[in-house]
Write a protein that binds this ligand. Structure first.
Ligand SMILES: *Cc1c(COP(=O)(O)O)cnc(C)c1O
Length: 496
């Protein structure tokens, strides 16, 4: 088996192992780590279709994380995909209205972030051991709402780690905020910033790039890493469920061997859909990758025109986890379609910082032919939730509803009836207020937890454990800071 190493999208000359890439999170030059070659599956899809989620997770992850031993990787997988998930299947698939909804939200914080963040802490501590790291690892994370809680749940009380989460104060749902500010664990800290998600992500990236800060940390026995999807340790576990989805549809005779499928992904930071692209490159027969955006439709415009332009108003929508104008993971795709030319990529990324935009060449755009974009407004998203509920009794969360509406538009426009998997990224309970408003056609002034109970009764779905947990949990975090004071918040938490 060829050993996969990792290189930076901004400087291809230095190579690191998978475990080193996971420990670092982001490359020193500000680039993201990408594998030297995108691996191909070495088991047939027929063989995979006889495996369970954990079995497939091993077959996929071993190809990317080639310096982990079989034993190490299997232990990480065992510890991640266990009773934290409310179903043994880990990711059930529900057929509704002519599409397959891949429910990625059955983990402990009821968003798809659990798929990767329940394993990342295990990968990280294994990587630290392998590399004889004695420093404590400080996870710095920016969140648009869901990564924060999933990372906190994953890293809380993990020996040898601390975790600090920054979220946009006022830019997340009531339930998302309650989930984060009630987080237990002495090694956790949650800070609301006076800014939006892009501000939080930019602030975190800036702290990562600060050499002096890094030295100071090191003197005090700390080093940073990231739980955002800029970390390859986030991305790799996300490839697994696309492989699983295909294998499962085959096992259930929903598709024939080799039959192509389309995949629709509600997109923000471009991590989830990039994982689908990696799965396609591994040999999963995926025809179209449909990138669904909300009103922050910077990616839709990019796929239409080849121009990425963040110079526009930032919208707060009812799908807050997709309220993003700087999609970090797109950089990995840009690097790949630039023919793995790190100078070319670095200059485009520089232009994104200085001018807020860049344009790719025709040559590069041609390589994006498996991607297509779409977007849905908030009204369309609500209408889709209501329609799906009324016709099928199936309740979608706001993010999944964006994808579902974009899929309807795609079919109407193209007539393409290829069987389709829609990534269902959150439980509707996580966005109860918006979901109930959509279904009932009006805003309610009832307390959120009463709406939760009504959602449960109309949908026939039990209230998830993640929601019951926060009903009465005390607030443990109430820090709020200016967006340019994030570094100070980190220093004060670490006492340095
Ligand atoms: C994070 C998130 C997204 C966006 O995923 P990306 O990988 O950032 O594109 C979509 N929906 C939900 C519910 C999320 O939490």
């Amino acid at each position: 088996m060829e050993k996969v190493l990792y290189k930076s999208t901004r400087d291809s000359s230095k190579l690191v192992t998978a475990s080193q890439a996971i420990l670092k999170g982001l490359s020193d030059d500000g680039g993201l780590f990408v594998p030297t070659t995108l691996p191909k599956l070495d088991k047939s899809i027929d063989e995979l279709s006889k495996m369970d989620y954990k079995g497939i997770a091993y077959e996929v992850m071993k190809l990317f994380l080639s310096d982990f031993t079989e034993d190490e990787l299997k232990k990480c997988i065992e510890n991640a995909y266990d009773e934290k998930f409310d179903t043994r299947e880990i990711v059930p698939i529900t057929e509704a209205d002519g599409a397959y909804y891949l429910e990625l939200y059955h983990g402990s914080t009821i968003a798809f972030k659990d798929m990767a963040l329940s394993i990342l802490p295990h990968l990280m501590t294994t990587a630290a051991n392998k590399n004889n790291i004695s420093n404590e690892i400080v996870i710095l994370t920016a969140t648009s709402g869901d990564t924060g809680k999933a990372a906190l749940a994953g890293f809380a009380d993990v020996p040898g780690t601390k975790i600090i989460v920054f979220y946009p104060k006022g830019g997340v749902s009531f339930i998302q905020e309650r989930q984060m500010v009630t987080q237990k664990g002495d090694n956790t800290m949650v800070v609301g910033i006076k800014g939006n998600f892009d501000d939080a992500q930019t602030g975190v990236k800036k702290i990562f790039g600060d050499r002096e800060f890094a030295e100071k940390l090191s003197e005090n026995g700390y080093q940073f890493s990231s739980a955002n999807s800029i970390n390859i340790g986030r991305l790799v576990p996300q490839v697994v469920y696309y492989v699983y989805a295909y294998a499962k549809l085959l096992a259930d005779n929903k598709i024939a061997e080799g039959e192509k499928i389309n995949v629709v992904v509600p997109t923000g930071n471009f991590g989830n859909i990039l994982a689908a692209y990696f799965a396609k490159n591994m040999g999963i027969p995926i025809a179209k990758l449909i990138c669904a955006s909300n009103e922050n439709k910077v990616l839709f415009d990019f796929f239409e025109t080849g121009v990425y332009d963040r110079n526009r108003e930032f919208m707060l929508t009812n799908s807050p986890s997709m309220d993003i104008l700087i999609s970090s993971n797109l950089e990995r795709l840009i690097y790949l379609i630039a023919g793995e030319d790190s100078d070319k990529n670095a200059s485009l990324m520089k232009s994104l910082v200085t001018e807020g935009r860049y344009e790719i060449s025709k040559d590069m755009k041609d390589k994006l032919n498996s991607f297509t974009g779409g977007f849905a407004t908030q009204e369309e998203t609500c209408a889709k939730i209501k329609d799906m509920y009324e016709k099928n009794g199936y309740v979608l969360d706001t993010h999944t509803a964006v994808a579902s509406k974009v899929y309807d538009d795609y079919v109407n426009k193209t007539g393409d009836r290829t069987k389709t998997v829609i990534a269902s990224t959150a439980s509707p309970f996580k966005f109860t207020t918006s979901v109930m408003e959509a279904i009932e056609g009006k805003k309610s002034d009832e307390p959120d937890f009463e709406l939760v109970d009504r959602l449960s009764s109309i949908s026939g779905v039990k209230v998830p454990r993640a929601i019951d947990e926060i009903r009465t949990a005390p607030t443990r975090h109430d820090h709020v800071c200016e967006k340019d004071k994030m570094a100070d918040a980190v220093r004060s938490f670490l006492g340095i």
